[in-house]
Write a protein that binds this ligand. Sequence first.
Ligand code: PEP
Length: 247
Amino acid sequence: MRPKIAAGNWKMNGTQSALDELDALAGMLPGGSTQVVICPPAPLLIPAVARAGGIAIGAQDCHAAEKGAHTGDISAAMVADSGATHVILGHSERRVDHGESDADVSAKVDAAWAAGLTAILCLGESEADRVAGRTLDVIGAQLAGSLPDAARTENTVVAYEPIWAIGTGKVPTLEQIIEVHDFLRAALIDRFGAEMGDAIPLLYGGSVKADNAATIFEAENVDGALVGGASLKASDFAPIVAALAVS
Ligand code: PEP
């Protein structure tokens, strides 16, 4: 039985007053075993942990190195020291805006694991890749290149996030989501064996909202969602969590 996970990526949004949304969210959660993770901007990690209640807190990135001359970066150990338990890695906004390669992402995932964090590894094709019929090739290459061999079930979550669906309001059809998630499941089983490959949670991300979440969660290999815009307000995110809890 894989865990159900609803993760919110606040991106570069929110100052300390945004933490009121965490309090509100904590009061709206359905209970049960669905895991909720909120990934606020780095300056909010420590106060978010202090106010999170049953909500796990994650970072949005970390550096691959343990420490050193990397102005502006934060290490995985710093993230863990804040009390956060998760870190998003390989988000397309990092891959595109910061030129992160699969090898860069893989090194960050290793660093996250070494610090005791759970990595939420993001993969996704561009619109051009999708139109050209290259989606599965791109996703397969990203998975092979950015998920290290030392993956374990307890510290690994994979999120399929088509770039063209992020923040656009465009959502793949359920059939397209099923195709990619089934492909990822098969690739994980092929690489790590049936038991582990079947146990790693797969999230869908890209314009998930309260009104489309239940449909997306119908897919057998969708174990939850990574949500951007609709995670900023508790009143938008709580219904997504609720839809996951009953899926
Ligand atoms: C994201 O950036 O991870 C994301 C899924 O964003 P949105 O939900 O806003 O499309």
